[in-house]
Design a protein around this ligand. Sequence first.
Ligand SMILES: C[S@@+](CC[C@H](N)C(=O)[O-])C[C@H]1O[C@@H](n2cnc3c(N)ncnc32)[C@H](O)[C@@H]1O
Length: 407
Amino acid sequence: MLTDISYRNYRRSDDIHGTVLYPAVMVAPVQKDILVDLSRQDAVNRILDPFHGSGTALYESHLVFPAAEILGCDINPFANLITRTKLTGVAPNIENDIESITRHLREDSTDAVYEFPNREKWFRDDVAQSLTQIRNAIRTVATPENRMFFWCMMSDVVRRYSNSRSSTYKLHIKPQEKIDEMPNSVIADFLRSIMANYHQYELVHCTNFRLFKQDALLCLPQFKCDNRVDVLITSPPYGDNQTTVPYGLFSSLALRWIDPADLDLEGWELDNYSVIDSHSLGSHAKRFSLDPFQTDLLKPFINCISEEKTKKVNNFFFDYFRFLDLSVEAVGKYIVLTVGNRTVDRVKIDMASITARYLRAKGFIEHQTVSRDILNKRTPPLTSKVNDAPVESMGKEYVLIYKKPRM
Ligand SMILES: C[S@@+](CC[C@H](N)C(=O)[O-])C[C@H]1O[C@@H](n2cnc3c(N)ncnc32)[C@H](O)[C@@H]1O
């Protein structure tokens, strides 16, 4: 059983999970402790994270269960790229490729700036010139694993040198004087990131994994009946992406620079900057409604919020309950969910208790529930104002570990 999961001294920058920025990531050692605990309870051969994000749980799963099949899904192609790169690692010729990229980037460039819609809004011309040079150099790398690693390293530089504020995951333009005074060390910073991080990608070379760049609600049905997974471990979104954490918007600038040939795309992901968020959990409801049990679970919260917000919350939970229904069918042994509570109109929506009651109603048995304070949050403790009063953002996360009863 788990005891203390606070991990107050854990620093993401000490491991692979600190090498690429992604919003709302799990705390790796917590997930590892859970998996080690499960390894003492039962045999685990297949593990699935249907919202894998930057791949924290999947990477840790491979460390704890090196022989297990690792399965993951995410709607965001940038999440898919990061996770694939962490699991695959770099190839043995990485140092040769670093040398050749460095040589390329030391030469004077006459490359025409790579263009895409709104490029001038989000990148100063000289920054775009440097990023074009990096992009062209990466495209010459023949080894796919190494190329993926270089795209990941480029993504942080793209974000850092964009005209968007770094204080938010959304896209918010910086004041013009801040844009003008930004020094251009794009190429030096990119090379520094490579040198600082490539050793982390030499440690793991998982070959037994499959990632689905897909909507989890479409991906999960394949795992029922004889195709179940032993453990489903994930941290689902806790509200629709547009009003909570905009994973797609955050990724959109990096996605514009990465060669589409190296991304797993369904075809719509680059249509506009917010399209990934508008396809994410909470976007499916439209003509459907919640069943009486689901309505009952939400009633204590819904009764106290405005009509306009109620519709959004209901839409989100329509998809969330569908995710739980599909997960219950996909799981053979354990479901592990890391969830946070969300505040709407100053009402705390208790995701942990809603989820626990739902799983119990489906016959699942509590193995353990633990909580921890969220320490290093980018979102300030008071995020927005409703009726002129500040609203508290999520401050605690809960890990719900539930067991499927034996048939
Ligand atoms: C809380 S994050 C997961 C973070 C991850 N645990 C990590 O440590 O990086 C939730 C993820 O769900 C993804 N997502 C949202 N809606 C989705 C959907 N309908 N299908 C698949 N993935 C979705 C988002 O792109 C995001 O990566």
